[in-house]
Design a binder for this molecule. Structure first.
Ligand code: PRX
Length: 656
């Protein structure tokens, strides 16, 4: 983005900057310089300040087995102790930790002392069921206090949790259970979203009826709606019964800093979703530090991250970061459009939210609704409590940024556009609200200590103003440690030999010539970003071709979408003559439902097109760039002389 006359700049508001944890650009520059001068010393200082260690570490960064880096390896700690007991010892026992708002608007609050008691009981119950340090526990829960309790209880006993988003199908759940070799599933009877009750336990039952799930011994069920569910005696246990019988006090399991706190499955460009493994010490440090600096979290703040705990944003900025700092946060069960599209604004008003963190897709859909109906426009609510806004998960277009800034933030709240990934554990490139001048659409500058850079295919720096590949030059504390069970894939995916030992993010980016600000230009691999949810094109293709009765071949690409950022477009060759008209519509629906069942509703293609074949070169390679143009509805201007079957393009240009 060039610094043209039209580019509006937004300075940090003076009052906010004056009080901020990182106050003014000079303070930011000083931190960057500190990290540059003594990289390990910088991180060690912060790790001592923000984390309470049972045994202090003496080593900082161990690079002896690169790229399997270790941080603070000889230190021991417990994450749940850091998030709960430590705050109570500091006198915050009666402070509200979580304000939970249910789908129907009912509010429940828990203090730090109450949360600790609930975590202690569940932790003891897990232990009593034989769950041990290092065991993997799958959590398939609705947004709830119990979801946070389940994660914290695992952390307390050193079990490694693997949360599976409640929108994933039985098949996806099965795949994750098998890959992780999990011993237990914690779930709920149902979830309440948008006025409806949606199944969870029955999906677990379906997953556990599939092969490969024999490692699961118990299923713990949180009673959320009281809906009818099947029950398998000897395997299924009610969470409330187990907790009632268990003592409150549970001594934390002190684990090494490198002990795996969690696995979280995410999509890559090839193969099945990969289990991103995170550490304990380095992860907790960055979760706490970024919550403190990026959101400028203070004792009186009411923090609301709207993400689901099934995604990394919910891990770092609901379950761990805000609690590690003794903050008060909102946990919301429902959806932004129920009972109407004013729900977010109403909740900000009701709970006097001061920091609000959401995704561009949500903002874009709420803009549409607000423009059509004053009653759900932010101006119809008192949003004066807000002081900082955040954006995450996908690029925020300048028009949505300006609207968010003006109508939600009243023109006075900085927007932190936070770039990061499941693999990075926390923010990587982001403004700091009291220090960074904002440019809409740019995630601005690296978080202090993060050595983000843009390079070419051989790992050489490219000058500002010229786009390239986003990398991180040095390891950082909260980075992915490995892909669970597949260290070779970890190396191949993130540390390709040609990149000089830099971490490959998988995104393209460009830096402004004058300011050095980063703008993310999107994924450079076959990963799509739909409504801020990450999806591999290969995964969707495999789901389609697994419909063996119907599908012979399929290719999936993304195309820009005004609301969801990207939309999924599938090109399909059937095992029967190419359908048209109503038949094409009916088969497209059937395939959409199939993908929903194989992966989950978020993976359903928006657009399905049928052809007698796919555009291929004479050597049989699918020409995806042509498919991308077709998906966008562009006329084909590219060279098609190497194409085996050019006539196919007209067929594939037709939508159903
Ligand atoms: O393409 C980038 C995009 O989301 C990807 C990471 O997705 P996931 O691992 O699901 O984590 C999402 C929540 C952190 C990135 O590779 N992305 C994330 N944040 C931004 C972004 N793209 C542009 N701007 C952002 N602020």
């Amino acid at each position: 983005m060039s610094d043209t006359a039209e580019t509006k700049l937004y300075e940090p508001p003076a009052a906010l900057a004056g009080q901020a944890h990182v106050s003014g650009r000079a303070a930011y520059d000083k931190l960057v310089a500190e990290a540059e001068a003594d990289y390990e010393g910088y991180w060690a200082r912060l790790a001592r300040e923000l984390v309470t260690w049972k045994t202090p570490f003496t080593q900082v960064l161990d690079q002896s087995d690169a790229p399997f880096f270790k941080w603070f390896a000889d230190g021991t700690l417990n994450v749940s102790y850091n998030c709960l007991d430590r705050n109570i010892e500091r006198g915050l026992g009666d402070k509200t930790a979580i304000v939970f708002e249910a789908d129907d608007g009912a509010v429940t609050k828990v203090t730090y002392s109450e949360l600790l008691a609930r975590v202690g009981k569940l932790a003891n119950a897990l232990k009593a069921r034989g769950v041990k340090k290092g065991d993997r526990v799958v959590i398939y829960m609705p947004m709830s206090i119990e979801g946070v309790v389940a994660m914290q209880a695992c952390a307390r006993i050193g079990a490694t949790h693997s949360v599976v988003f409640g929108g994933f199908s039985a098949q996806s759940l099965r795949d994750r259970i098998e890959d992780a070799g999990a011993v237990m599933v914690i779930t709920a009877d149902e979830q309440a979203r948008g006025g409806k009750h949606l199944p969870l336990k029955s999906i677990v039952d379906e997953a556990l009826a599939m092969p490969g799930t024999g490692s699961i011994k118990d299923v713990i069920v949180y009673k959320r709606t009281g809906g009818n569910i099947a029950w398998k005696d000897g395997r299924d246990l009610w969470l409330h019964e187990l907790s009632a019988a268990a003592p409150e006090h549970c001594e934390p399991e002190w684990v090494g800093a490198e002990h795996p706190l969690f696995l979280l499955y995410t999509s890559g460009s090839t193969g099945k979703p990969k289990g991103v493994q995170h550490s304990t010490g380095g992860y907790l440090l960055h979760a706490a530090l970024t919550t403190k600096w990026t959101f400028d979290l203070k004792p009186d703040d009411v923090f609301w991250c709207t993400a689901d705990i099934g995604w990394v944003t919910g891990h770092t900025y609901i379950t761990y970061g805000p609690l590690a700092l003794g903050g008060t946060e909102i946990v919301f069960e429902g959806v932004p459009t129920y009972p109407d599209a004013g729900r977010f604004w109403k909740m900000i008003e009701r709970h006097k939210v001061t920091i609000f963190y959401t995704a561009p897709t949500a903002i874009r859909s709420l803009i549409k609704a607000a423009e059509a109906n004053d009653a759900v426009h932010p101006k119809s609510f008192d949003l004066s409590s807000l002081r900082i806004l955040g954006s995450v998960g996908e690029p925020i277009n300048p028009a949505a940024w300006e609207w968010y800034h003006l109508h939600v933030g009243g023109g006075r709240c900085p927007i932190v556009d936070t770039f990061w990934q499941t693999e990075t554990g926390g923010h990587m490139i982001t403004p700091l609200p009291g220090a960074t001048t904002l440019v809409p659409g740019s995630c601005t500058l690296p978080f202090p200590g993060i050595t983000a850079a843009i390079v070419d295919e051989t790992g050489n720096d490219v000058p500002n103003g010229q786009g390239g590949i986003l990398v991180v030059k040095k390891p950082w504390p909260s980075m992915i440690r490995t892909i669970y069970g597949d260290p070779e894939r970890f190396k191949k995916s993130y540390y390709p030999p040609e990149l000089k030992g830099y971490y490959l993010a998988g995104d393209g980016a460009i830096r402004d010539e004058k300011t050095g600000y980063f703008t993310i230009t999107g994924r450079i691999d076959d990963v799509l970003n739909v409504s801020g949810h990450r999806m591999g094109t290969m995964e969707i293709e495999s789901a389609l071709v697994s419909c063996t009765d119907l599908v012979a071949e399929a290719a999936v690409v993304g195309r820009p979408d005004e609301t969801t950022g990207e939309a999924i477009c599938a090109f399909v060759v059937l095992k029967r003559p190419r359908p048209t008209g109503d038949e094409a519509k009916a088969i497209a629906k059937q395939l959409r439902d199939w993908v929903g069942k194989e992966i989950g509703p978020i993976a359903k293609p928006k657009d399905i097109r049928f052809g007698d074949n796919l555009p291929k070169t004479r050597s049989g390679k699918i020409m995806r760039r042509l498919l991308r143009s077709l998906a966008k509805g562009e006329a084909i201007t590219q060279d098609t002389s190497t194409l085996e079957n050019p006539a196919i393009l007209d067929q594939l240009a037709q939508t159903n």
